[in-house]
Design a protein around this ligand. Sequence first.
Ligand SMILES: Nc1nc2c(c(=O)[nH]1)N[C@H]1C(S)=C(S)[C@@H](COP(=O)(O)OP(=O)(O)OC[C@H]3O[C@@H](n4cnc5c(N)ncnc54)[C@H](O)[C@@H]3O)O[C@H]1N2
Ligand code: MOO
Length: 417
Amino acid sequence: MAPASGHATEGMLSVEDHLRNVLERLGPLQPYDQSLLEAFDLPVCEDIESPIDLPQFTNSAMDGYAVRHADVEGATDDRPAVLPVVGESAAGSATSYALSPGSAIKIMTGAPVPSGADTVIPVEATDGGDGQVAVYEDRRRGAHIRPAAEDVRVGDLVLEEGAILGAREIGLLASLGRSHIRARPRPRVVVMSTGSELREPGQEVGADTIYDGNSYMLAAAARAAGAISYRVGIVPDSPDDFAAALSDQLVRADLVVTSGGVSMGDYDVVKETLSRLGTVDFVQIAMQPGKPQGFGFVGDERTPILTLPGNPVSAYVSFEVFGVPALRRMMGRLPYRRPLVQAMLAEDIASPDGKRQYVRAHFEVNHRGAKVTPVGGSGSHLIGGLAGANALIVVDEDETALNMGDTANVLVLDQNF
Ligand SMILES: Nc1nc2c(c(=O)[nH]1)N[C@H]1C(S)=C(S)[C@@H](COP(=O)(O)OP(=O)(O)OC[C@H]3O[C@@H](n4cnc5c(N)ncnc54)[C@H](O)[C@@H]3O)O[C@H]1N2
Ligand code: MOO
């Protein structure tokens, strides 16, 4: 075998090239009418114009009495305005009253204001009477009346295509009478871990077996990115088992994510099995961690598949760098990638030339600004250190060192974007 020669990153693709390739080959999923809550946190795929006014009808902001302002003007404790109570308007009661001069109608919060009334006197400013009411305090004309259409008018553009459906947007749509909304489906991600050394949490592990942390981590990371995820039980390092498990899963997958079996070993089952199909490219990326990667399509439906390396930190970082943008592309959610933020570096960092390094770190904002501190070691197996991090420092390909006090680019994990 020829000895390795030339630059350490010769033959490797850059992170940017691989990510571009993934994003170019994926398209957004087809939108459909989803029930409102299903569409939570998804971008809406239509402009929404209001079909109704909000408020729909002029209504009371207080429990009290609907009156004509002229009939109560100047009322005080000593000289109350006494009016006959000629009816009642309660929220949800369809009765429509007209108020004749010199009378009052009892009214509840949210109930339609009778025509002829221009002011609501809260019950606290009266004796609360039924047959007749003594009003002890004046209010300005129009007090406690919520006019029809003061908030939203029929035909107003209330949400633009692409807006994210959060609690407030969903509340508004329901208030406009929308039960369904056009949005892309949440991608269904099937996560598979390969490795004959793996065991399920809860089972016994022996001297040469380990727990399958990756499939749990990646299934959780997919959910955090807004997807639905299904975790498949451990698949041993056998091409037949892997091919069978994969083909069983395709029916429920918009994206398959595997971990393990993509490097140079004798039992690298993912690479071995999928390379034969010719539809998945296995590449080496100039990044650390996360060097061996694969992306392509499998099955009759050409389901996209991301094959991530098995080292836990490599799998996590790879999912953050390639998986999260892939899912956001499928959801039609911009921006595809987590924005970088700048922070003051609290320690020196060395980084390999020609590779982009993702350094586990702790990010905080204090009174002096944003600060980031590397945590744990750099080994790709250090899941304990990974769990202690809340950020990744991104050291560019052409940087071999960053010094304490430098401004570093940081991916702050777990933040909505
Ligand atoms: N000769 C070479 N060896 C390796 C290279 C290389 O270029 N030449 N690359 C190294 C790098 S970098 C990485 S990353 C790993 C990737 O390996 P695989 O994707 O083939 O993964 P495995 O060999 O199956 O496992 C690697 C490591 O991770 C542990 N693992 C795997 N799956 C899980 C899981 N579900 N939960 C927890 N831990 C898991 C596994 O036990 C191994 O320790 O290859 C290097 N080797
Ligand atoms: O790329 Mo591996 O991901 O360095 O451990």
